[in-house]
Write a new protein. Structure first.
Length: 620
């Protein structure tokens, strides 16, 4: 029996007794430590990285990883949530869940932001957090979460697919395979182990379990009849103004090729939700862009006029739908909706459906493509519809092009995005942060390769891009990895640059510096008659707008930092940042008063909805 400390009541002074570890493979030993079971299982699952921030509640876990650093690389971001953002983006690009750990108390709470962000965006990683030893539960020991409302597991439960309360070493042998299978199947999502840290060192007479296997992320057999899919396709192809909506489910199931093939077979235009952005190359002739409050006008206008929409893996949230107010983005009905989703609970949640199909996106598209090709299905008469769409595309292009050539100072954001589209290599990975930067990217960033754009949707956590771009670099070491972030989000997580330098992860942070929490400031202007408070960064002594010198901050952390004041400076600096192979921060002074065009609407009840600034509501 290993040495243990036992709670002795108030005033007790404990002396740490070093346990005698029992390692698998030691002479005469047929027992395994909890930490060794976990480490060996991660190796069996081919998990290449474990990310986290060390604390006393994690050193037992790290001792097991220590023996496997040739197979599992350890990375320590400067805050726990950074580890989660990195793992989130890594999964979105690879479908492989990483391991993310924290100690006890504050560490798990810091991590929870990025866990929730992954959960609401159907991304996954394995979360393991420390807990007080089994002998000290409900003692009030250091960082014991014992008061009133449960423990850390109950706190994580709303933002993970499952939280496991591990209380015996033996439980790891069934919990680990189940957890990894659960992460990947259905709607992917993180799972959590609440692990008393004595169990890392305690032993049990067990062996490391084998992975459960199973289908890749988000990929499950459908069980949908050909008849149902054929009926849906016939409704679509017999309509006059059909559309295909590609949601985030296309990304989760990696159904990019299948989506493109079906759209080309049927000759039906495709638009996306923001989570689906990049499902097709931006320059594909059937691609219309993102629809929604800050969507691209051709997509939003097409939604307003469509008679049938086939929606695949989209949940119709408020930003995408114009807060469900008829005419701003959708009017369902009379527009008919065919909705496909792997989660039956999403079908018909916000709009009535003509046909509802519970299915994985990729399997549905494969089945639909087989049927469409076999029967020669395609849009019966689409000339007038295509003519309308070309006119909307021309209107939007004529509106945007002058801004793309702007020489104004401070810099016009659309000029900056136009230069990024022109200069970026085709395989550039873009990871948006949250704020106005995200919305500028939504309207004007043009992904060239499907699946190369990532953003934070349902939970919309600032810092996602600032740290997530490093997860992109782990997943795509041969591709340029860029984040478009605001000065607010970068300030929150600027230590990501130090992590990039420490682990040699070249990335580019393009900071849109407008001395503001811009999105919220703009909402105050739009909804509250310009009563701004708490949304601009101002030196309270001088009254001047103020931010740290982000370029010099980057240099102090060992990276490159460049301040850009004039639009003619940007393209060359951005191109050099990509070529350099050195972590680089571009501090770009953008016009803080440039409004982002509203093509739909958004409402924050009871305040009335904002009106479109380009295009107009369609009343049927």
């Amino acid at each position: 029996m290993h040495g243990r400390s036992r709670y002795q009541g108030p005033g007790y002074s404990s002396t740490f007794v070093s346990p005698t570890p029992s390692y698998r493979g030691m002479p005469g030993s047929n027992e395994m430590r909890g930490t060794d079971i976990i480490a060996e299982y991660l190796v069996k699952e081919r998990v290449p990285y474990i990310l986290g921030y060390a604390g006393h509640g994690a050193i037992g876990l790290l001792d097991g990883i220590y023996k496997h650093t040739d197979r599992i690389k350890h990375i320590s971001p400067r805050i726990e949530q950074g580890a989660g953002f990195m793992a989130d983006v890594y999964f979105r690009l690879t479908g492989q869940p990483l391991a993310v750990y924290a100690s006890t108390g504050p560490g798990p709470m810091n991590l929870m932001i990025s866990v929730a962000n992954a959960f609401y965006d159907n991304s996954a990683f394995f979360v393991i957090t420390g807990q007080v030893p089994t002998t000290q539960v409900n003692s009030g020991a250091l960082q014991d979460d014992y008061r009133y409302n449960g423990d850390m597991s109950s706190i994580f439960t709303p933002v993970v697919k499952k939280s496991y309360r591990i209380r015996r070493v033996e439980e790891l042998t069934t919990a680990l395979p189940e957890a990894f299978q659960m992460m990947r199947t259905g709607r992917p999502g993180p799972v959590h182990f609440d692990m008393p840290y004595d169990l890392y060192i305690e032993t049990a007479p067990v062996s490391t379990p084998e992975p459960a296997g199973g289908p890749p992320a988000g990929h499950r057999a459908n069980g949908v009849s050909d008849y149902t899919i054929e009926r849906a396709l016939e409704i679509l192809c017999k309509s006059k103004k059909p559309l295909i909506l590609a949601g985030g489910g296309i990304r989760v199931s990696r159904a990019f090729d299948e989506l493109r093939a079906l759209a080309e077979q049927l000759e039906i235009p495709v638009y996306t939700s923001f989570m689906g952005k990049g499902a097709m190359p931006a320059d594909h002739p059937l691609h219309l862009g993102v629809a929604g409050v800050w969507g691209e006008y051709p997509a939003t206008e097409a939604c307003r006029n469509a008679d049938v929409i086939l929606a695949i893996g989209a949940r119709f949230n408020d930003l995408h739908t114009g807060s469900w107010i008829p005419g701003y983005v959708y009017s369902i009905p009379p527009t008919k909706l065919i909705q496909v989703d792997i989660d039956a609970n999403e079908i018909g949640r916000n709009y009535p459906v003509e046909v509802g199909i519970t299915a994985d996106a990729r399997q549905f598209l494969e089945q639909a493509l087989r049927i469409a090709r076999g029967k020669g299905l395609k849009l019966a008469d689409g000339d007038a519809w295509r003519s309308d769409i070309r006119a909307w595309q021309a209107d939007w292009r004529n509106f945007c092009d002058p801004y793309a050539r702007s020489g104004e100072v401070p810099i016009e954001p659309r000029r900056m995005l136009a230069d990024m589209n022109r200069v970026s290599p085709h395989d550039t990975i873009m990871v948006d942060d949250v704020g106005n930067c995200q919305v500028w990217s939504e309207q004007y960033w043009m992904p060239k390769v499907p699946g190369s754009h990532m953003t934070a949707g349902g939970f919309a956590a600032m810092g996602f891009g600032v740290y997530g771009v490093l997860g992109a670099r782990l997943a795509r070491p041969g591709s340029p990895c860029v984040t478009l972030c605001g000065d607010g989000g970068f300030s929150m997580c600027s230590h990501a640059v130090a992590t990039a330098v420490e682990y040699d992860l070249p990335a580019v942070w393009v900071v849109q510096n407008n001395y503001a929490i811009g999105t919220i400031r703009d909402l105050q202007r739009a909804y509250l008659d310009g009563r701004e408070i708490g949304t601009s960064f101002v030196n309270q002594k001088t009254g001047e707008f103020w931010n740290p010198d982000f370029a010099r901050m980057a240099e102090a952390m060992g990276a490159r930092g460049i301040r850009i004041d004039h639009p003619d400076q940007f393209a060359d600096a951005y191109a050099e940042a990509i070529r350099s192979g050195v972590p680089t921060v571009l501090d770009v002074m953008v016009n803080r008063d440039t409004g982002i065009p509203v093509t739909g609407t958004w409402q924050m009840p009871p305040i009335p909805e904002v009106q479109p600034t380009f295009g107009q509501r369609k009343v049927r």
